[in-house]
Structures are given as C-alpha cells and as structure tokens.
Design a protein around this ligand. Sequence first.
Ligand code: ATP
Ligand code: MG
Length: 563
Amino acid sequence: MANPPKPEPPAEQTLDFIREIVAEDVRSGKHLTPVTRFPPEPNGYLHVGHAKSICLNFGVAQERGGRTHLRFDDTNPTKEEQEYIDSIKEDVRWLGFDWGKHLYHASDYFDQLYEWAELLVQKGLAYVDDLTADQIREHRGTLTEPGKESPFRNRTADENLDLFRRMRKGEFPDGARVLRAKIDMAAPNINLRDPVMYRILHASHPMTGDKWSIYPSYDYAHGQSDAIEGITHSLCTLEFEDHRPLYEWFLANLPVPSQPRQIEFARLNLTYTVLSKRFLLRLVNEGRVRGWDDPRMPTISGLRRRGFPAEALRQFAETIGVAKRESVVEYAALEHAVRDVLNRTSPRRMAVLRPIRAVLTNYSETLAEEIEVGNNPEDPAAGTRKVPFARELWIEADDFMEDPPKKFFRLAPGREVRLRAAYFITCQEVIKDAAGQVVELRCTYDPATRGGSAPDGRSPKATLHWLSARHARPAEVRLYDHLFNRADPGAGGDLLADLNPKSEEVIPHGWVEPGLAGLAVGARVQFERLGYFCVDRDSTAARPVFNRTVTLRDTWAKLQAKS
Ligand code: ATP
Ligand code: MG
C-alpha cells in the first residue's frame, strides 16, 4: 500500500478529547490497548465524513498499539448490497488502513443477539407489542409529554416468549408485531420509552439468507456487537448522544463479555457539500451524476477518481481535528490539503485546453526540435523531459487578446512573450475567418532566446505554455466546480434546486504532450498554469481523459494569511 500512515502517539499537549480519554484509559490500566471499530451500514458508498471517522478510529488505535475492526452494520437487509460492501472495503484500504483479520458483520451476532433478547423477555425486560408502527409513534409522547404505555406491555413472560419465538419462526406478517425493551414510557429521554428491539421482516439477507424473519434494531445490535468484539471505545457522531443511556441500559442488563464506552464527536460538515448517503443515492438514481464515483461526488471513490490523494484526506482529517461541537468546515480547507500533497508529488506537464494555432513564420517548415523542460521548477531533482517543438504551435486561446486592456500582459499584436523553456515569440499578424473569429496567429521567434532567456537580458512579462501542433495528442479534459452553488445546500428548502448546473465542463478537444498518451488511470500531473489533473478511467488508448482535481490558486491559504 502506498504511503501507509505512520503510527505515532501524538504529542501530549495536542491530544483531542477522545485521545485524552484513550490515553488516560491506557495510563490507568483500564485497557492494555484500545480497540475501536468503524461500523458502516452497507447502504451506499462512503463519503468524506466517513473518511474522518475512519482516520479517527484507525488513528486512535494505531497510536496506542491497538487495533480497529471493520464491522458492517447489516441489520437492514432491504437496503444493503454486496456492491456497497466491496466499495467500503476498497475505500478503507485506499485510505491506507488495514483491519487485518478483524472483519465482522452485525449479522455474525444474530444468534447471540436473539438469545439475549429471549433473556430480556424472561427477565421481564422486554415484551411483544401488537401495536402498529403508527400507534407506537402516537404512544411515544413528545419532548414535553410522557409517552403512554401499550395495552400489551404487561403480557406475561411466558406469553411474550411464545410470541417472540413465533415471530422468529415467521408466523406473522411484516409489521404485525415488534419486540420492545421494557424501560420507562415516562423517561425524559425518548430513546428510553420502550425502544423497539426487533421487527418482523420477511427479507433475504446478504449474509444470513432466509434464516431470519425478524431483524434487530441498530440500538439493540450496536452496543452488544461492540461488547462481543471487546471494543473499548465506541466512537460515533453526536446524533447518538441521546442513545447512549440506551446503549448502556442493554450492556447493564445483559451478560455481555465486556463493557465498551460510547463517545460522541461532531460529524464533519463541509461547505458546498451534502454528506448523506441517502441523498447521494438519490443523485445517482436520478442520473444527476456519472455514478457514485463521479468526480464531483463527496464520496471517497469520487474524490479518488477526481485525483485527491489518500494522503491529502488523512492530512485533512488531522487538521480539522475532533471536537464535541458541531461546525462547518470550508471546502477550501480540503482543497488546501490536496494542493499541499499534489504540489510536492505531481510532475509538471503542458496541455492546451482551448487551442489557437500560432505559426512561426521564420521557423523551418520541416525541422522539429526537442526542448528540455523542467519537471518541477521548484524541485531540480525532479529532472527534465524533452518536449517536441516545431513551426506550428497550439497556445491557449485566452492567452491572446487582439485589443488587450491595461493589465493583460500575455500575447497581443506586436507583443513579445516567452514560451516556457523554448523561445520568445512576437505576434505579427492576426488571421480571421469569414465570421471575424481569430483562427491563427502569425508570429516570429527569436532563435537567440532558445531555452527561454535572451542574451541581451530582455524579459517578457508573460510565459505561456505551448504544444507542437503536429506532435500533440488529443485528450478530453473535464473541469469541475462545486456540485452545489451555495455554501449551505438545501438551506433554501430544496437541495436539488441548489445543484450547480455548471459543475462539470467537458472539453472534448484538448491537446496534451505526446508523453501523456500512455499514462495509467489515476496518474496525476500538474498542467502548467491550469491546475492538477489525473487520468480518468474513461480513457482509451486513442484518447486519454483528464479530470481537473483542483486549480492552482489556493483561496484557503490566502484567507488564512489574511486572518
Ligand atoms: P449517512 O447519514 O451519510 O448515511 P451514516 O451515519 O448513516 O451516514 P453509517 O454507515 O451508519 O453512515 O456510518 C458509519 C460511521 O461513520 C458511523 O460511526 C458514523 O457516525 C460515521 N459518520 C457518518 N457520517 C459522518 C460525518 N459526516 N462525519 C464523521 N463521521 C461520520
Ligand atoms: Mg446510519
């Protein structure tokens, strides 16, 4: 695996509140080493919020010599699919983490969970309720009013056991009955008002097939699964804070082999981004994106396809840290981490996205030279490559203006510019088509400026990238912008209305250096002056496709410098 994260206990003074707790539990001897888990529900692809949770769970354990389990929370067979399970494993591995042999499923524990449910029934702590889902909701009460007890709440243990066993045997239709914990319908915490433990669902399960016609709730399955696996610290997002008393109630009333501790942290929220598998699934199903791994999606697979390095996601997770308070992180902070890694690791190349032909009238019609171009101007060790140069060139159309305003220093009639590492050229004549569109520039070059500097010391204000028209290779280039056009998508009431119609711009006829034709899918480069790009999986041998990962300009760094 490339760049595995180095396990290193963080300096004591920088510990976040979770690492504080873990450090104290190790120091006090409560636990020898921490055991954490990442528990995705396989009902969609993972997103960058999950990446935060993965980095936290695996990071906390690695730093103290512990381990992390990957556990599929597969308690709802109607929404879960093998495709999601496979993608989740791939994404966790790609992020640089390894669960080793500790791959589990909540469904591994269905037998044990069922046995414990019978135990609660026998202890008078659970009962079968015949109320419908709607009636149960009506009986629940509100934050200010206590709930009402179900008329079925005081069935005898024997009657409950008989009904529960028949639920399991499949004697009743879906939704006919549920098993509920018998706690307190007047509890101020609604989660304690006799929560549902099992519901009837005649559905085939990816792991257990047709064995079960009842399935446990998340609340009942999660803590017991943690306890069975010997999880020491069960880290989850803040929405589970109110579920913690229930988590602890089950652990206290069952003969579980260990007592895990649930700790909640604030989920990641990002500007211009929606982090909800359910909503992302909708975008996929409605064909609003190219799929789960569309480069505009905030999924881990989308970010990977976009060209984000795993190292950048880990670095991002580290900089945003873990807190107990909800906040929204600037998308620019994520891009900042991406640029930081790509700037160090991406070779520089040249591409022309919107070409205009420049013909060097005083250059040989037959000759072609090889120009040596540095692979990274900031890093001489990155070496050089040879790029063919000839009489007819592609340059970027917007690097030329016939009638330039004051601050435009690039090419214009009569003006001289530098072509990166090649020659100075001067525009002598502008050729237009019948419609008045500029179609070609007639230029002269100065042979004395080979390599990009003049013996007389003159220096043009602009340096342009270029390609030899006859050597360049065609490429499709896809440019991306935010998927949503407001920082707080959905705040106006309709998420879909906030989708950015210009989030993808396809340039079907771009040109790239000849050396870029055979790059592997996923390879990353910087196109000089245009941004960081990576090779998309839609590439063919005849025509590579490049995704723009991120532009070169770092608004986040600027913002930080200001404050
Ligand atoms: P979604 O709402 O996107 O479906 P989820 O919480 O239902 O997410 P799970 O598969 O249940 O998804 O989540 C697995 C783990 O990832 C959980 O521990 C959850 O708390 C954590 N997680 C989910 N979203 C975020 C987020 N935005 N930031 C941090 N952690 C998250
Ligand atoms: Mg969930």
